[in-house]
Design a binder for this molecule. Structure first.
Ligand code: ADP
Length: 391
């Protein structure tokens, strides 16, 4: 008021001035309101972007987006690890500039080969590093609402394990069918013979016995195949309990008494003078591994041979050895001994009924107990299989 009095202003001018001030105030308030709304939506946008980023980053599939000039505009961590490359080195660059990275070269070549105008395409990307990896590669055109193509989305899905399992399965079926054919043919042949009128009662009994043996062999084979398939699918459940190893070995030797006697084999169990401490194992599985090893020692040792089973303790480990005076194993075959379905040519000649799965199963069982299994052998002189188990 003093100011107006001092300057002696025209009251009309004052009213005008006050009106303009009120108008300005209104505009300022409006601007502040808009600013607040803007910063609010900016904040919302940042939150939403954070969510999308989190989803993309946690995808278990590799995701890459390239623009129309084939420049990489987005790559998630999974794709970076698949292609063995860091985002900083490739973002904004065209694929053609990056072909000195071997993995990107593969990707680029496939994209070039399959280039076209389809919205979606699926092909296979094989990357060879230390191990071969197979990916299903899905490419999809990214189209806006206005039907403008802004790039291509590439999704890499790892199918290495799936493919491996499929391969193992078909290999498994082929060999299993092959192995089952022999006992089945045996049973068929025995039944045919029994069905003829020309055989005596005694011969009939003989053929029935043969059919029974073939059937037993088939059951053993199917059991081994089931165990192997469980082992490979990783669903072999172990139940641990404390056992006395001396008792288990003694019991197994008893179970093989007839076979040992039939072959006139001398079997010695060399056990420590003082009882060893009990060991925590899956009794059924360790029994299976031991039976496979002792069964082999009997099978591949000729009449009047010798088998020594020994047990010792050292370095907080228990070591079991099964030594025989059998046919032995050549150095070359020793390398393949513990692989699935391996049978040496010599073994095939003297013992036709094996499956080549016993040692593979034994190795898996021992290793599941964090133990080791190995062999020492000389062709024609004999073999000594050892396994150790930690306490
Ligand atoms: P299978 O005995 O049914 O053939 P295994 O997996 O138990 O299957 O053994 C695989 C192969 O290893 C045998 O076929 C044989 O060639 C060899 N082998 C195993 N144990 C012995 C042994 N004690 N002496 C000689 N060869 C053996």
């Amino acid at each position: 008021m003093n100011f107006f009095k001092q300057k002696k202003c025209d009251p009309e001018e004052v009213i005008k001035y006050q009106n303009s001030l009120a108008e300005l105030d209104k505009i300022a308030k409006m601007l502040i309101k808009r600013d607040l709304a803007l910063s609010d939506s900016k904040e919302k946008l940042t939150v939403e972007k954070g969510k999308v980023d989190a989803v993309i980053n946690s995808l278990t599939d590799g995701l890459i987006m390239i623009d129309q000039g084939q420049r990489i505009i987005l790559i998630n961590p999974k794709a970076q690890s698949i292609l063995n490359i860091e985002e900083e080195k490739i973002i904004g660059k065209a694929l053609s500039e990056l072909i000195n990275f071997p993995q990107i070269k593969e990707l680029y070549e496939i994209l070039t080969k399959t280039a076209g105008h389809c919205r979606e395409k699926q092909c296979e990307l094989i990357l060879k590093e230390s191990v071969e990896k197979i990916f299903e590669m899905q490419t999809t055109l990214v189209v806006t609402e206005a039907q403008e193509i802004i790039g291509t989305l590439i999704i890499l899905h790892d199918v290495t394990r799936e493919r491996l399992i499929n391969k193992i399965k078909s290999e498994f079926i082929t060999i299993a069918a092959h192995q089952l054919r022999t006992p089945l043919t045996g049973i068929k042949w025995s039944l045919e013979m029994i069905n003829t009128d020309e055989i005596t009662k005694e011969e009939q009994k003989e053929f029935l016995d043969k059919a029974y043996q073939s059937n037993e062999r088939m059951i053993r084979l199917v059991n081994s195949l089931l165990i192997v398939s469980h082992l490979e699918e990783g669903c072999f459940v172990y139940k641990f309990s404390k056992i006395q190893m001396e008792d288990l070995i003694q019991e197994i030797i008893e179970n093989f008494k007839i076979q040992i006697k039939n072959k006139n084999i001398e079997c010695i169990f060399d056990k420590p003078k003082i009882l060893l401490p009990k060991i925590k194992v899956d009794l059924e599985r360790i029994q299976m591994a031991l039976e496979n090893l002792i069964d082999n020692a009997i099978k591949y040792t000729p009449q009047k041979g010798k088998i020594i089973i020994s047990l010792k303790e050292s370095d907080n480990k228990i070591e079991v050895s099964i030594k025989d005076t059998g046919m032995g194993i050549s150095k070359e075959n020793q390398e393949r001994l513990f692989t699935k379905f391996f049978r040496s040519a010599e073994a095939l000649k003297i013992e036709t009924s094996g499956s080549g799965l016993g040692l593979f199963i034994a190795k898996n069982i021992i290793e599941a107990h964090k133990g080791q299994i190995w062999v020492e052998s000389e062709e024609g002189k004999g073999s000594e299989f050892h396994f150790s188990l930690p306490y």
